[in-house]
Ligand binder design. Structure first.
Ligand code: TIU
Length: 220
C-alpha cells in the first residue's frame, strides 16, 4: 500500500483508489462581496491558499486520480434552503439576495463559480450542495461507492465549517480521511488550528492531517 507521512501516524491507501475532495473554493467565500464577506469576515486568508490548493489539484491530476469539487449553492427558487439557514446572521444581505457577484450562494450565479485558478477540468466532478456537509442531499456517497473509493484527501474552506462537517460525515460512513493542512483555511486562525488538532486527536478520531507537499510527493 502507498503511504503518506501524516499525523497522528502514516496514512495508507490502496494504489489508484484515492480521491481528492476540494470543498467550496468558490468566489462566494474567497472574494469580497460574497457570502463570506457579507457574514462579516475578512476573505484574504482564504484567497491566500489558492496556489496551494492548485498544487494539490495538479498532483492528483498528474497521478490520474479522481477529483471532486464541491460548491455550496442553492436553487434559484430557494426550495432547498431551510428558512432557518436563510434567516441566520441577520446581515444586510443574505442567501438569495443580490450582491456584487450576483445572487448570494445561488447555483449558476457568478459568485457561485469556483475561483478561476481552481476551475474543474473535463472529467472532474462538481457537486453542488445545499448544506455544510457534502454528503447531505447530494450524490457524493453514491458516486464514491460506484467507483470503489474509500480513501479521501480533503482541501478547501472553511476548515471548521464545511470541511470539518464533510470529514465527519465521511468518517461516519467508513471513509479514511486525510486533510491537507495548508490547503484549507478559516476566517478564524484559532478555529483552523483547533480543528486540525481535534481531527487527529485520540489516535485520529476523525482522520489524519499532512502538508500538501508531503501528499503531492507521495503521489509521484
Ligand atoms: N461561514 C463559513 O465559515 N463557512 C460556510 O458558510 N461554508 C463553508 O465553509 N463552505
Amino acid at each position: 500500500m502507498p503511504v503518506i507521512a501524516a499525523q497522528p501516524y502514516e496514512f495508507d491507501y490502496p494504489a489508484g483508489k484515492l480521491a481528492l475532495v476540494v470543498i467550496d473554493m468558490q468566489r462566494d467565500f474567497v472574494e469580497e462581496g460574497g457570502f463570506g464577506s457579507v457574514l462579516g469576515n475578512d476573505v484574504r486568508p482564504l484567497a491566500a491558499i489558492v496556489p496551494t490548493v492548485r498544487r494539490l489539484l495538479d498532483g492528483f491530476r498528474a497521478a490520474g486520480l479522481p477529483i471532486i469539487h464541491t460548491r455550496e449553492g442553492h436553487r434559484p427558487d430557494l426550495a432547498d434552503c431551510p428558512p432557518a439557514k436563510r434567516a441566520r446572521g441577520r446581515g444586510k444581505l443574505g442567501i438569495g439576495d443580490s450582491g456584487p457577484m450576483g445572487r448570494i450562494l445561488i447555483d449558476g450565479e457568478p459568485g457561485n463559480d469556483l475561483v478561476p485558478e481552481l476551475a474543474a477540468l473535463p472529467g472532474e466532478t462538481v457537486i453542488v450542495k445545499p448544506g455544510k456537509g457534502a454528503f447531505y442531499a447530494t450524490r457524493l456517497g453514491h458516486l464514491l461507492e460506484t467507483q470503489g473509493i474509500g480513501h479521501l484527501v480533503f482541501a478547501g474552506v472553511t476548515t471548521e465549517v464545511c470541511v470539518q462537517t464533510t470529514m465527519r460525515e465521511a468518517n461516519d460512513r467508513g471513509y479514511e480521511c486525510l486533510l491537507a493542512e495548508d490547503a484549507t483555511e478559516s476566517y478564524f486562525p484559532d478555529f483552523k488550528a483547533t480543528t486540525l488538532a481535534m481531527i487527529r486527536a485520540q489516535g485520529g478520531i476523525v482522520g489524519w492531517t499532512a502538508p500538501t507537499d508531503t501528499i503531492v510527493k507521495a503521489l509521484r
